[in-house]
Design a protein around this ligand. Structure first.
Ligand code: NAP
Length: 329
């Protein structure tokens, strides 16, 4: 695998995990530049990961960093502008979830990726985790029969911190885009786009959803019950119920799960532990590198179409719960 030169945009929490996991690839990837906001966090990040160049201007980063690919890990509302600038300059993009705030922005990025023949993928990293691969294997093998329903939720108690992006409407705050996207992803992966969506939410004083409860219904007699919350810690496994049994992705199901519990009706339970080095972000990077090596502009595993469907579903949910990001819509 060729060493690729990475630029990191947004040296925050997830970018730290990402930079550590890049070192797990063989050979390890080079991080050649970081584009940050505040000087201290940016220079500290550059020092920790031995990155030779620091930037504070997107234009200069694009022009001078000399990178093949940018990993974008800024607050949600910045993704579109930063990804677009990279794509228009033929720099490949791996962009954190949600790739954009809304469907219109997502369509623009996909069009730019096609126009510039430049790779673009949403960093929905859990799609590439061994736990999700194993889940798909059990389902495809027919272990639990036809999937009938999914229950999945993700939540934690967010601090009331005015500096935090989590409840800040100007930064795309709210539980749905930050956490609810994971349960939504799981339902779309296993059941596809729903025929009916119903959603309710508790809104903060700032007008973003502090929690959100979602129902997906399918004409095929399947459904999903999904939740996200910034009000309380949630340690519930994701549950996939089929006609012949149930699979639980044990907590924390949306990252390094303790394991998969396969419970085939009348046959008892087996737990398959999940173990891997690092956080697990290197699995998505391996897919990015394969796609780039093969000259593709998108991944078949996490396709442009999947991202488009996911954000259109989230637009629909936001409409129902009356959350808008006015500057962007
Ligand atoms: N945290 C997770 O576990 C996780 C997991 C998966 C995906 N994500 C996604 O990753 C993104 C970032 O999340 P996070 O939790 O890592 O947030 P975070 O800790 O707040 O980090 C965001 C980073 O972006 C920087 N930044 C802000 N404005 C910038 C600009 N104009 N140019 C360059 N950098 C800028 C911030 O710098 P300053 O601190 O100097 O302002 C900070 O370093 C979000 O979209 C989130 O959904 C997060």
């Amino acid at each position: 695998m060729k060493i690729t030169s990475w630029g990191i945009i947004g040296p925050g929490k997830i970018a730290h995990d990402f930079a550590k996991d890049l070192a797990l690839l063989d050979p390890p990837q080079q991080i050649r530049a970081v584009l940050g906001h505040r000087k201290k966090t940016t220079t500290d990040f550059a020092k920790e990961f031995k990155i030779p160049q620091t930037f504070y201007s997107l234009d200069e980063f694009i022009k001078d960093a000399g990178i093949d690919i940018a990993y974008i890990a800024t607050p949600h509302t910045l993704h579109h502008k930063q990804a677009l600038a990279c794509l228009e300059n033929k720099i490949a993009v791996l962009c954190e979830k949600p790739m954009t705030i809304n469907l219109a922005q997502c369509k623009e990025l996909i069009a730019a990726s096609k126009r510039n023949e430049t790779f673009l993928m949403e960093a929905m990293w859990i799609r590439f985790l061994p736990s999700i691969t194993q889940l798909l294997y059990f389902i495809e093998r027919g272990d639990i029969g036809r999937v009938v329903s999914i229950k999945a939720s993700m939540g934690f108690k967010a601090p009331r911190d005015p500096d935090s992006r989590l409840l800040n409407p100007g930064l795309g705050g709210g539980s749905l885009l930050d956490l609810g996207i994971y349960p939504v992803f799981l339902a779309l992966l296993l059941l596809g786009k729903p025929d009916t969506i119903k959603a309710i939410a508790t809104l903060s004083d700032e007008g973003v959803d502090e929690d959100c409860s979602i129902l997906f219904q399918y004409k095929s007699k399947q459904h999903a019950i999904l939740e996200s919350s910034l009000l309380s810690q949630n340690e519930i496994p994701a549950e996939i119920v089929g006609e012949k049994g149930t699979i639980k992705i044990l907590n924390p199901w949306f990252e390094k799960a303790q394991g998969l519990e396969l419970d085939i009706n009348d046959k008892g339970k087996i737990i398959y532990p999940c173990r891997w080095a690092g956080h697990g972000l290197h699995f998505e990077v391996a897919e990015v590198l394969n796609c780039i090596r093969e000259g593709r502009i998108s991944s078949d595993i996490l396709s442009h179409e999947f991202s488009r469907t996911m954000i259109s579903v989230m637009d629909d949910i936001r409409k129902q719960i009356h959350v808008t990001y006015e500057m962007y819509e």
